[in-house]
Design a binder for this molecule. Structure first.
Ligand SMILES: Nc1ncnc2c1ncn2[C@@H]1O[C@H](COP(=O)(O)OP(=O)(O)OP(=O)(O)O)[C@@H](O)[C@H]1O
Ligand SMILES: [Mg+2]
Length: 272
């Protein structure tokens, strides 16, 4: 099972859009996918038709069974949604022992499910929930807007992930940096993309172009693939799905604690 957090402390860079369309695209390829909304803004349930009455707060704080909190969205795609009550969960977490690994321990419950991918849509912060997300995940996918502030944010989140890994002896690898909101006619977008590529090499995926259809799709709770499969947005996310799926062999054994593969990935990261 691949455990991926979609993370960036900077807001509005395309984290939720990436979680939804990457999850949907992988599900369409036959992978069993669970998207978990870790953001009290609850944007996942604005983007996808999630029906379950219980949510992540009920699971983390009220002791609800994880099965009651899972909504079935479409073939192979499930969701655990959140709403503003999740803010309370973060406050309660502060008083827990080993609070940074609380989510990891709770999500052990997923071992009874046969998901190929668990994708966490993270909030725009560096708070406790995101530390929990990093310490649950073996991979981080970082959407970063192709502008000056986006590049700043990218450097901050990569440093934060490395620090959390060091402090907790964890191994959450940055598996993809996804340049978002890209406009080829805009000089800043083009130069920021080049900067990303020269600093992070092949970790950088092909960019996701600005596309009005991507903005429209949540209005009918659809992924870009359902909303307009001929759009540029669908083309770009399809390509990202392919690039993430291609890494499967590299990452899928991490949850089994494969030291060999961990060493190999570490080496790849170091040469980057
Ligand atoms: N490629 C794109 N083209 C056009 N609009 C986009 C694109 N990607 C994302 N958007 C729009 O930008 C806005 C922010 O995207 P999104 O909600 O995915 O970002 P986020 O990083 O999850 O934000 P937050 O930090 O608030 O959680 C949304 O309105 C979304 O529809
Ligand atoms: Mg979001």
């Amino acid at each position: 099972m691949r455990r991926i957090c979609i993370i960036n402390q900077k807001g509005g860079v395309g984290k939720t859009t990436t979680a939804v369309n990457l999850g949907w695209g992988l599900a369409k390829e036959g992978k069993k996918v669970l998207i978990i909304d870790l953001d009290a803004q609850g944007n996942i349930s604005s983007c996808l038709p999630a029906e379950s009455k219980k949510d992540l707060y009920d699971f983390l704080v009220e002791g609800a069974d994880i099965g009651e909190c899972i909504s079935h969205v479409t073939d192979n795609l499930d969701v655990i949604q959140s709403k503003e009550t999740l803010t309370k969960a973060e406050l309660i977490l502060v008083g827990e022992q080993s609070r940074e690994t609380f989510l990891k321990r709770k999500l052990d419950a997923l071992k009874h499910y046969n998901y190929d991918y668990v994708i966490l849509d993270c909030p725009p912060s560096l708070g406790l929930l995101n530390q929990n997300a990093i310490l649950y995940s073996y991979e981080a996918v970082i959407p970063a807007s192709t502008d000056v502030l986006g590049f700043d944010g990218l450097k901050k989140i990569t440093a934060a992930i490395h620090k959390i890994n060091d402090v907790f002896g964890h191994n959450c690898m940055i598996s993809k940096i996804v340049p978002t909101l890209f406009d080829v006619r805009n000089k800043v977008c083009v130069s920021t993309l080049k900067q990303m590529q020269s600093e992070f090499y092949e970790l950088v995926s092909d960019p996701i172009r600005i596309n009005a259809k991507i903005k429209e799709a949540p209005s009918v709770k659809q992924s870009i693939f359902e909303y307009d499969k001929t759009s540029r947005g669908a083309e770009d996310y399809k390509n990202l799905v392919k690039q993430v799926a291609r890494d499967e062999k590299k990452f899928e054994r991490l949850d089994k604690g494969g030291t060999e593969i961990k060493a190999m990935i570490k080496q790849v990261a170091m040469t980057n």
